[in-house]
Every structure is written in C-alpha cells, then in structure tokens.
Design a protein. Structure first.
Length: 465
C-alpha cells in the first residue's frame, strides 16, 4: 500500500490532554528512510514539530534540539533499521530512548500523516501508555550483530550445498544416498576431484575415508553417471562459493572470539569454578571451534550448558539475544511472555475464548524451540515431558510448552544461580503417575467409588505412591 504523502506545512493538532502527564519531558519521533519527524511538548518551542533528514549531521542537530527543549526521554517506533543510528546517537547523549513496537500504536484512527504520528507518540509517552521493547547493552548488541551475521553466512553456505547436490543429481550421481553429508571428508574429496576433471568412478571411490560406513562398491555405483560439462561448471562455481563462505565463517569466528574475550576482560571473576561438561560431544560442523563455556561462565557466573539440550553455542546465541541481566523482566512469567512462549489468554464475560501463543519472530524463542525439538529422544525429565505432551496435544504445542520450561530454567539460572540437575525420565514418569493416581482417587471419592489395585485387590484409599 502506498504511504500517504507527507505534508511539511501541515498544522500540528493542538488541544488539552485529559490525562495526567507522568513524563512531561517526553518527545515522540516517527522514523523514516529519508527523514524523521520529531514532536516535543507544545510549550517548549514555537515549532513543536520538526523534520530532520537522516544524515548524521542532521541527527546530531536533532539531538541538540531535543536537549535544548529540555527533553529527557524519547519514544520512537521500530521501523525497519532506520531507527538504529538515531537510537545510538540519542543514547550516547544521555537521553532515555524507548523503542516502541509499531503493532501497539498503529491501529488508531485519524493518524494519516507523519506529523500527527509523532505527536501521537509524544502524547502517549508523556502519559505513560507506551511500553519499551527490549534492547540489550551496546556490548551485547555488538555480539548479537556478529552472531546474526554468522547465521546468515551459514544459511548462504547451505544454499550452495543444495545447488551442488542439484548439479550432482542432474548428472545422476547419487552421492547423497551412500554418504550422509557431501560436505564431509569423503564428499568434499570426491566433489573436488570431479571439479578437477576426474570422471572415473573407481578413481573417485579411492577418496573414501576409512571412517566412511559406505562400501567402496556402493560409492562406485553412485558415481556412475553422465558427467556433462555444463553441470560440472555449475558444481565448480558453487563449490568455490561454498569455500568462500567457509573462509568468511572462519574470519567471523575470529571476530566473535575477540569480542567475547573483550567482554570477559571487563567482567568480574566468577565466584566458583567452572563445573565439568555434562557431555563430551564435539562441536557440530557449523559451530565455532573456540572454547565457549569458559568465557560464558566468566560473564554470567553460571553454566547454562547444565540445562538439557542447551550446548555452548546455543547458550552463546541465547545470551546475545537476551543479555545477562534478567532484571529487565520482573518475573519468569514476564520473561516467557516476552518470548511469546506463554499462552495469550483472551477472556470475555468470564469465558476463555482463546489461549494461543502470539505469532512472533523472537530469535531467542527460536533457539529454545530448536533445543526443545532435540529433547524428544533423550531419557531426561524434559524429554519425558515433551513426549507426554506430544502424545496428548501434538508435537507443535509440545515444542512450545517444552521451550517455555527451558526458558524458565534459563531465567532462574541467570537470575538466581540455579544449579539444574536432571532427575531423569523414570523419575518424571513416576511423579506424573503419582499425580494422575491422586486425581483419580479424588474423583472416585467424589463419585462414591474407590480405586482398587487389580494385582493385589487392595483398596487405594490413602495417599497414592
């Protein structure tokens, strides 16, 4: 939909407010790609609404004008990425910047221009009706930028792996059927040899690594096909791009390691030593190769990897999204609500209409959901919880519920120093059985019946164990 044309000469709306102004020194900013519209209280300047271009010098003039008007707090909508330079400049000037979710203020009739929009933000912020979005500290935000860029590099490299696979299939080289990963040791050796000009299946099969489970005869059969020059050309170019992304990933990992070391140098030493790792699992192919657990323990004073399904790299990505200070969320319910992992209850007339979770692109929630998915085959208490819910309500809801439990454990660990010990799947199943029997006994008693043990014939009237 085409955005309404801006009218610089539009007369700002005026009129007394019926609400008490809790923050009289508040301003509102409507961010755009080419210019920002700023509104300050009407008694601070003869022209309370001004527009500034998005050049750095104009943003500095914007900050000077706000300070000259006695503004101490600013509200702005999170429009694309246009707000980020202005946010950083205003924050460096000592202003309290509140980043507002545009969804919370867009469904208001009568605001069809940027002038009225920034005035509406200023009025709502002055009476305390806006809630700020979470943004970590500058150091954590920098770490988050590195890790998000790394995820982009991994996804780009994966797309070229898929194109290599497509080129192989077009030549009827079914290499992916006999080996699990064409970017492994055996797969890359064979692909590089094909790009170099080798088309003899027996010669290519000699690149089989001794640890490869596929037999040499199967590899020969899979590599017997039609080696067409146009497909080999596509294979070569995608292999070169894949190698380029691997070099970029190595450089990105070095930058992440340097930034983490800088954060550790500024953090106080933890109170206790780092506990031993729960598993000896090696980092996965797409994970960094430097030590992550030690600096994370130095930064937080706790070990997040004690929680099931959260490895060192997942813990690093999670901290880059939520930071290390849990005081931004008063309780664990606030934290799970921010993650959109808590039910969003809609109640009308005392009736629960819906309790679905809200749609969200929260990256921290995505990390926890991926961790929850990996718990299904583990003999842990969280794994047993996931399997019980998956059988009853389906896998999608079970993933959300398990991710919420993981979020609560992460919150308690970072805020209260929780040391999590997994009781195991058997202990969870026994506890769940006890709860079910207790409810059944109570229901039977309400109906005038008793529970009877079918094996012993004993009437279960006391506490169920």
């Amino acid at each position: 939909m085409k955005r309404p044309q801006r009218r610089p000469g539009e007369t700002p709306a005026s009129g007394p407010s019926l609400l008490e102004r809790l923050t009289p020194n508040a301003a509102g900013i409507d961010c755009g790609a080419a210019e920002h519209y700023v509104a300050v209280p009407a008694d601070r300047d003869a022209t309370p609404v001004r527009s500034f271009k998005t050049f750095t010098t104009d943003l500095q003039r914007l900050a000077d004008w706000l300070l000259a008007c006695g503004v101490t707090t600013v509200a702005m909508e999170s429009t694309g990425v246009y707000w980020i330079p202005l946010y950083e400049i205003l924050e460096a000037r000592g202003l309290d910047v509140v980043l507002v979710n545009a969804r919370h203020v867009k469904n208001v009739p009568g605001r069809k221009s940027d002038v009225v929009d920034c005035q509406w933000l200023q009025q709502l912020h002055s009476v305390g009706l806006l809630r700020g979005s979470f943004r970590p500290t500058a150091a954590i935000a920098a770490l988050r930028a590195y890790l998000r860029h790394r995820e982009t590099l991994v996804q780009s490299a994966a797309s070229h792996v898929q194109r290599m696979q497509k080129a192989l299939v077009q030549m009827n080289l079914q290499l992916a059927i006999v080996i699990s990963d064409i970017t492994g040791v055996t797969g890359l050796r064979i692909v590089r040899s094909i790009v170099a000009g080798q088309t003899d299946p027996r010669a290519l099969a000699q690149h089989r690594d001794p640890r490869c489970q596929a037999a040499e005869a199967d590899i020969i059969a899979a590599l017997t096909g039609h080696y067409r020059p146009e497909h080999i050309f596509v294979l070569r170019q995608n292999l070169e791009l894949f190698d380029a992304y691997q070099r970029q990933l190595a450089a990105c990992d070095a930058a992440i390691e340097a930034h983490v070391d800088a954060l550790v140098a500024q953090a106080p030493a933890p109170a206790g030593p780092l506990p031993g790792p729960r598993t000896r699992r090696k980092p996965r192919d797409n994970e960094p190769r430097f030590d992550i657990r030690t600096p994370l323990h130095h930064l937080t004073g706790v070990d997040l990897t004690q929680i099931d399904a959260i490895g060192p790299y997942s813990a690093l990505r999670l901290l880059a999204e939520i930071g290390t200070d849990m005081r931004r969320w008063p309780t664990e319910k606030h934290f799970t609500s921010w993650l959109t992992l808590a039910p969003h209850n809609k109640i009308s007339g005392g009736r629960l209409l819906s309790s679905k979770t809200l749609p969200s692109a929260n990256r921290a929630a995505g990390i926890l959901r991926m961790a929850a998915m990996s718990l299904g085959r583990t003999e842990t208490a969280l794994g047993a919880f996931y399997r019980r819910l998956a059988y009853r309500v389906g896998k999608a809801k079970a993933i959300t519920a398990t991710a919420r439990k993981l979020a609560i454990l992460v919150y308690r660990t970072l805020k209260d120093g929780l040391v999590y010990h997994d009781p195991g799947a058997a202990a969870y199943d026994a506890q769940h059985r006890t709860r079910v029997l207790r409810r059944l006994r109570q229901r039977a008693a309400n109906l005038g019946f008793s529970l009877v043990d079918r094996e012993t014939g004993e009437v279960l009237e006391g506490a169920v164990s």
